[in-house]
Design a protein around this ligand. Structure first.
Ligand code: ARG
Length: 567
């Protein structure tokens, strides 16, 4: 339910009837404490200056005109001129009853549907996928799912790095290995890359061939291209293993690699020249925009850069894919890069001015000592091994809890919990912060973790199983806890809308955490399956529990996390 926009509408009408003119954009916000009601409006304070009136008087004036016949039960002026708003229980129960069997738990489709291109994961093929790409994959997949769920058209783009001078070296090495050793050596890409580099450094003859192959791939030499494609396929295969274990929605069709844009690069330079944005500096072609640091788009030897490809990509996404919004889920260290290319693409009309361009940036994954996440010997952590370890640890955590009927059951639950833990831990902090990876924390039953939420879901499932009858009846809000739980469930849509504004998954995890915490309190204080509960109350509480479970399930689904019926 879009409660906030309904409330803002009511406030706006009240201001109109009170003949109070507003230029500022003033809206209600969630109450910070239960004693302030459910929502607060502090517009009177903001208006006081321009109206030259006492804020309390204005507030009193406004509440005279607030419609309290439907969703609002009570309005009150507090302090210097705040308006506290409480939501009506009758309205809450009516709205909740409507959505008991709704698979969208009351969340509507947005009116303003957009075409959104979202660039995420985007690993480099000359290296093993690393934790940075894990973050991009997890965050990107969630944001994409969220957009889609709200009704937008989503076009996923896996902008893999498959081009650059390193590939000359890699395919020259691949060729040298011969058929029988290829597969074996490509099992471990990181090692393969290191070995190729050793060859490159030790043999001038090999290094020459590597350089020659760079030129040959660029010229479309069939033999070199074949080797190159083979290498990319195997690299991508490694990534797909990770995607499938993670259960992310990226498909082969979503790959649109850097090399795809090669034919468009000369045109990028032409466009920039036509727009008068191109400057030559020491033979290199650059764009100077507002900042002092120029962006190089073509080197003096004619080679293009990462930024040139991204400019071509921006134009393609805006004009060919017809995007209204283009989102890049990439490490925060590339902020300056995106700031520059966004500004240049708009200035050069490569992207229409009304297209929203955004960098959905995220921080670095750290180990417990606060250093970038590495293996014990300092190498990069293999993602597939990290995921397997998560599943193994999840199994340890839960194996003695429930009498799993067979080991397959336990394996399945361990997978859901292990992968869930990895994803949730990543999604639950503000993505811009660096994030400290801790097994103990992410696999804990307490705190803001996947397991805490998944466990609540399993608990509710068990309550409903034990009741084991048809649930027919109404929701009647009996006390303050039920009131808060009911309202929380209905806030799901506002939460998702907020999270989608700028792509912040932690808004959803915080919500789920608050929802579950509230549910636990409700469950402690309001018994459900005890003998002395009258049927109507019992049904109402069961329905509230069921709706809580439905909301948890949908919320986790958007985060790409599954639920299980028993833990
Ligand atoms: N491959 C790049 C990297 O690993 C990320 C690419 C992000 N997407 C883009 N269009 N620049 O750093």
């Amino acid at each position: 339910m879009k409660i906030k926009s309904k409330l803002n509408q009511i406030i706006k009408s009240a201001l109109d009837s009170a003949n109070i003119e507003t230029k500022e954009d003033i809206t209600i916000s969630d109450a910070t404490k239960p004693e302030f009601g459910d929502y607060q409006f502090n517009g009177a304070m903001k208006l006081a200056k321009s109206l030259k009136r006492n804020p309390r008087e204005i507030a009193l004036d406004i509440i005279e005109h607030i419609d309290t016949t439907t969703l609002i039960s009570k309005v009150e002026v507090a302090g210097a001129g705040f308006i506290n708003i409480s939501i009506d229980n009758g309205w809450l129960s009516k709205e909740l009853t409507k959505i008991i069997d709704d698979s969208r738990v009351g969340v509507g489709i947005v009116e303003d549907k957009k075409r959104i291109v979202i660039d995420y994961s985007s690993p480099n093929m000359a290296k093993e996928m690393h934790v940075g790409h894990l973050r991009s994959t997890i965050i990107g997949d969630t944001v994409a799912t969220l957009f889609e769920f709200l009704g937008h058209t989503v076009i996923r783009q896996n902008h893999i790095g498959d081009w650059g001078t390193q590939f000359g070296m890699l395919i020259a090495y691949l060729e040298e290995l011969g058929e029988e050793n290829k597969r074996q050596n490509l099992q471990n890409l990181e090692q393969f890359y290191r070995d190729a580099k050793v060859r490159f450094d030790e043999s001038p003859e090999f290094a020459d061939r590597a350089r020659e192959y760079v030129v040959k791939i660029q010229q479309g030499d069939a033999h070199c291209l074949k080797l190159w494609r083979e290498f990319i396929d195997i690299s991508l295969g490694h990534c797909e293993e990770v995607y499938s274990k993670l259960g992310v929605k990226l498909r082969k069709e979503d790959v649109r690699a850097e090399s795809f844009y090669n034919p468009m690069l000369p045109k990028v330079i032409d466009t920039l020249r036509e727009k008068g944005l191109l400057v030559e500096s020491n033979g290199a072609k650059c764009v100077f925009l507002d900042s002092d640091t120029p962006l190089i788009v073509q080197k003096s030897d004619g080679g293009y850069l990462y930024a040139t490809t991204d400019l071509a990509g921006l134009e393609f996404r805006a004009k060919e894919l017809k995007a209204d919004r283009i989102s890049y889920v990439v490490d925060v260290r590339q902020s300056e890069h995106f700031r520059q290319i966004f500004a240049i693409a708009k200035r050069a009309d490569m992207v229409p001015s009304d297209v929203k361009l955004e960098h959905i940036a995220f921080g670095t994954m750290m180990d417990r000592s606060g250093k970038p996440f590495k293996t014990r010997d300092g190498g990069t952590v293999k993602l597939i091994e990290l995921l397997d370890e998560a599943i193994l640890r999840a199994k340890e955590t839960i194996k003695d809890r429930d009498s799993y009927s067979n080991s397959e059951d336990l394996d399945r639950v361990a997978e859901v919990i292990g992968i869930g833990a990895i994803k949730y831990a990543d999604l639950s902090i503000n993505r811009e912060s660096n994030y400290i990876f801790s097994w103990d924390k992410m696999l804990s039953f307490d705190g803001n973790t996947a397991l805490y939420i998944q466990y609540a879901y399993a608990r509710i499932s068990s309550i409903l199983r034990r009741y084991n009858r048809e649930l027919n009846g109404n929701i009647a809000i009996g006390d303050e806890l039920e009131h808060r739980l009911a309202l929380m469930i209905l806030k799901f849509e506002d939460t998702l809308l907020k999270a989608s504004e700028n792509g912040y998954p932690h808004i959803i995890t915080s919500y789920l955490y608050d929802l579950v915490t509230l549910f636990m309190k409700f469950y402690e204080n309001n018994p459900i399956l005890k003998d002395n509960i009258d049927t109507e109350t019992q049904i109402s509480r069961l329905l509230l529990s069921k709706l809580t479970a439905n909301t948890i399930k949908k919320g986790l689904e958007i985060l790409g996390i599954e639920v299980v019926e028993r833990i």
